[in-house]
Design a protein around this ligand. Structure first.
Ligand code: DAH
Length: 345
């Protein structure tokens, strides 16, 4: 009986030493038999009681050796199978295959249109000016000839900072006009693109945030005719060489006289009727001759200098150009929307 135990154990040891595993299944079989909770070595341990006293330590040692051997062998077999799998995967790799195409992003429609507007004005000598989005009352309203009790403030209600009610989110890029005039001497020829805010209920047609581009040109002897010609140039660059414009009298506190500029869109389709309200004309921007009060507020002599200014919404023009029916789409970051501007890069 005792010899049986020794022999049994020795046979297992030989088996462990000679074991090979061609695949994961064979490895698992080996694990179950020699390493797992129900391995075949364990039961032999009980037999130790049947052995002669002097044989017990010898058998115990052999038993431990077998266990250790089994674990080491298992690790080695496992490692070699894993290495084999890796090699197999590398074999499968076709290093000569062309790389997966990189998916190119698209520019945001607001950025596309804004850049086009900047481009058009850069070509005739306008440089870019910038101002803060968190603005003070003076630069946004008062310097722009819109004192505290002026009814025009109602149309541009905005968000005021709780810890400093004199600070607000700018309602238009016109605030950059006052900053530039305070810090630069004429001739001034700038455009100011940027984000603006209003306390508006969000809907398909209005939003509490949007983008504008402002323009300002101040020098000696700048006339209304200069403004009209500049606006015509802009419209033709943006809407084609045959674009027609019209200036409608309007009111803005910071310009006198003021006008709204329309571009002729046409009345070819039902949509044209809808977006032009049946007139064929589309309102694109506000403009006018800078009010002498504004020049004076900003330290420029109105008797010597004159100028014109204009301001336009970017989203509105992007909506027209790309036939986008809902202004909220610009701010939702929905990839299904944004990916559609790839071709416009
Ligand atoms: N700031 C005006 C607005 O937000 C737009 C505007 C009109 C800007 C006339 C101008 C201008 O510079 O001359 O509605």
């Amino acid at each position: 009986m005792s010899m049986d135990l020794f022999e049994q154990l020795k046979r297992f040891i030989t088996e462990i030493e000679q074991a090979q595993a061609a695949d994961a299944e064979a490895l698992e079989q080996f694990r179950k038999k020699f390493v797992g909770a129900k391995n075949v070595i364990k039961p032999l341990q009980k037999g130790i009681r049947e052995l002669e006293a002097e044989q017990r330590p010898v058998f115990g040692q052999l038993l431990n050796k077998a266990k250790q051997l089994a674990e080491e062998k298992y690790k080695a077999l496992k490692a070699s199978i894993e290495a084999g799998q890796e090699a197999e995967e590398v074999d499968k790799l076709d290093l000569t295959a062309p790389a997966e195409p990189l998916e190119l992003g698209a520019r945001h429609p607001v950025a596309i249109v804004m850049d086009r507007i900047i481009d058009v004005f850069s070509r005739i000598g306008f440089t870019i000016a910038q101002g803060p989005e968190i603005e003070d009352d003076w630069h946004n309203f008062t310097a722009m000839n819109t004192p505290e009790d002026h009814p025009a403030r109602d149309m541009q209600d905005t968000y005021y900072l709780m810890n400093d009610p004199a600070m607000l989110l700018r309602t238009h890029t016109s605030s950059v006009q006052s900053r530039v005039m305070e810090s630069q001497k004429p001739p001034i020829r700038i455009i100011a693109p940027g984000r603006v805010y209003r306390n508006e209920t969000i809907s398909a047609r209005s939003h509490c945030q949007f983008h504008q581009v402002e323009g300002l040109y101040i020098d000696e002897g700048v006339s209304f005719a200069d403004m009209k010609q500049t606006m015509l140039y802009f419209a033709r660059q943006m809407y084609g060489p045959d674009a027609r414009i019209r200036l409608r009298p309007s009111f803005f506190p910071f310009t006198e006289p003021s006008a709204e500029m329309d571009v002729y869109w046409g009345l070819q389709s039902e949509t044209d009727y809808r977006i032009t309200k049946g007139t064929g004309w589309l309102e694109i921007l506000g403009c006018g001759m800078v009010d002498p009060n504004v020049l004076e507020n900003c330290g420029i002599d109105p008797n010597r200098y004159s100028g014109f200014a204009f301001g336009m919404g970017i989203e509105r023009q992007a909506m027209l150009q790309y036939r986008i029916g809902d202004i909220r789409l610009f701010f939702e970051n929905d990839l299904r929307f944004l990916k559609q501007f790839k071709a416009a890069l």
